[in-house]
Design a protein around this ligand. Structure first.
Ligand SMILES: Cc1cc2nc3c(=O)[nH]c(=O)nc-3n(C[C@H](O)[C@H](O)[C@H](O)COP(=O)(O)OP(=O)(O)OC[C@H]3O[C@@H](n4cnc5c(N)ncnc54)[C@H](O)[C@@H]3O)c2cc1C
Length: 490
């Protein structure tokens, strides 16, 4: 698409959040452009963990299998003591997949690999990232947003998504406050290194008076990510020599030889959340809306789930749903981000072996729920409720082939399950399936995880959360009509 055409959505920033937002839009047939100021894809690791809930979201767009094939679910932590001894621990001990929860552990994989998989997904939908395009200006009119680039070019879109990271230009241009604090005392050096002399089957952690030094082997690469705390007032730069001195100080000289530094950065703690996620036709997502400590590996995950929440809503509004649907994005996602800020601040400085069971569980993000929100009418009764994550269950097709509920939900549509009852699809965008006929639930897993009675109807949103539970089809139809602005049964 050229600068002269009006695109439906312009996504600014091709990190993980922008890439998934663009995928969610493109797979629904929305005309989307994705621009990034960088000349080429980012090659440093930064984030290196996908939480189970994020894997479920990526399963829905069809990229989870590729990522699972590249990453690692199991990497024990080797904790060294001052006397040179160590103990190994599995921070996720006992967490194994269950029928309703296929990705029980976080998947270790460098962020650049995740971004590459998302770019491939986007290319499958005919969209490529426009590199080297820096947005410098933005004005809004009732029907669209005009954006200007650093090279003097301009573009117009009906909506703009600002997924341009913690220093977001889009956030500044629309005047949304980024409320919180920056700490000069919590800093670290980080980088990706090639080295000799260290086992790649452990995440190595040494405790020092200023914090932990970590060397983590990055799956599907020959590099380790190194993280080292910076003492207050230190002006050390992230060079190969600096990292070698840090490693020598914890293991002794000439034990581990760092050969090459392939990426490096300095980091300082920022804990900030936007006052609003939306200004007219401009929406913020990912680090542009929330930044916090990397402790617990939540940042990229929260951004990817912002994208899954926003993508289907923006596509629906562009196809006629009421504009107020976009306001539910902030109502649902801002409280999640606030909880992530709180948890990651609490975990900063703790090593994985000292986390409480409750905190460890929260990190998996499987409990993220929009209960009580604008799209989740209060219901009662057992089982997952409106707003909660819709659980998985292994079923079979009538011809005997296996079919998980998550596979049935794949594709970005709404799904209406009828337990022991044939649900009528109220609209073409809703896939209606009878549990018992279309999907056989021989072992009773689906019935069990939903605590469903014969005649129950469960409506699952395109982002894998429950929209509504009812026994009355008219209630389901009325709910969809209100959310999507539809009239008449299809
Ligand atoms: C040390 C470290 C470890 C981390 N570990 C984890 C982890 O284990 N798990 C986890 O979930 N997260 C982790 N994170 C956080 C994660 O890296 C970020 O949350 C993630 O990159 C945010 O993605 P994003 O797409 O929102 O923004 P970004 O990845 O920052 O992407 C923003 C993009 O916008 C582009 N851009 C900026 N301005 C403009 C402009 N004006 N015009 C056009 N383009 C622009 C940039 O070039 C960039 O490509 C870690 C971060 C660090 C630093």
């Amino acid at each position: 698409m050229s600068d002269n055409e009006v695109s439906e959505v312009l996504v600014v920033g091709a990190g993980p959040t922008g890439l998934l937002t663009a995928c969610e839009l493109a797979r629904r047939g929305i005309g989307v452009r994705l621009v990034d100021q960088a000349p080429a894809p980012f090659t440093g690791s930064r984030g290196k963990g996908l939480q189970p809930r994020t894997l479920e979201v990526l399963d829905n767009v069809g990229v989870a299998d590729r990522l699972v094939a590249l990453g690692r679910f199991r990497l024990p932590v080797r904790l060294y003591d001052a006397a040179g001894g160590y103990r190994d621990l599995d921070p996720r001990e006992g967490q194994e997949p269950t029928p309703d929860n296929p990705y029980a552990r976080s998947l270790l994989l460098p962020q650049w690999q995740i971004e590459a998989a998302l770019r491939a997904c986007l290319a499958d939908h005919g969209v490529v990232v426009e590199w080297g395009r820096t947005v410098v200006g933005l004005t809004q009119e009732p029907a669209g947003v005009h954006v200007t680039f650093a090279d003097g070019a301009a573009a117009t879109a009906r909506y703009v998504v600002g997924s341009d990271g913690g220093s977001s230009t889009i956030r500044r241009l629309v005047g949304i406050a980024f409320v919180g604090s920056t700490s000069e005392d919590e800093r670290m050096l980080l980088g990706d290194v090639r080295l000799d002399g260290l086992d790649r089957d452990f995440w190595h952690l040494w405790t020092t008076p200023t914090g932990s030094v970590a060397l983590c082997p990055l799956p599907a690469t020959d590099t380790f990510q190194i993280q080292a705390p910076l003492a207050p007032g230190s002006a050390a730069e992230p060079t190969l020599a600096t990292f070698q001195a840090i490693v020598d100080a914890v293991v002794g000289p000439e034990r581990i030889r760092l050969r090459e530094l392939v990426w490096h950065s300095r980091w300082r703690l920022n804990v900030r959340l936007v006052a609003r996620y939306r200004a007219g036709r401009v929406l913020l997502a990912g680090d542009a809306a929330h930044i916090h400590s990397p402790a617990g590996g939540q940042g990229m995950n929260t951004g990817l789930q912002d994208a899954a929440n926003l993508g289907w809503k923006l596509a629906a509004v562009l196809r006629g749903a009421p504009d107020t649907l976009l306001d539910t994005y902030e109502a649902e996602r801002r409280p999640v981000a606030a909880a992530v800020l709180e948890l990651s601040s609490k975990l900063t400085g703790q090593h994985p072996g000292t986390r409480s069971a409750q905190d460890s569980k929260q990190l998996l993000q499987l409990g993220v729920s929009y209960r009580g929100g604008p799209l989740a009418p209060a219901t009662d009764g057992p089982g997952p409720q409106a707003g909660d994550r819709a659980p998985d269950a292994p079923c079979t097709l009538p011809d005997g082939r296996r079919r998980r509920l998550f596979e049935a939900q794949r594709g970005g549509h709404w799904t209406l399950y009828g337990f022991g009852v044939r649900p009528l699809s109220p609209y073409p965008s809703v896939q209606a399936l009878e549990i018992g006929e279309d999907l056989l639930d021989g072992a009773g897993y689906a019935q069990q995880v939903y605590a469903a009675q014969a005649g129950d109807l469960v409506l699952v949103r395109p982002d894998g959360h429950i929209g509504l539970r009812s026994r009355d089809e008219h209630v389901i139809t009325a709910y969809l009509a209100a959310v999507l602005g539809l009239v008449g049964a299809g």
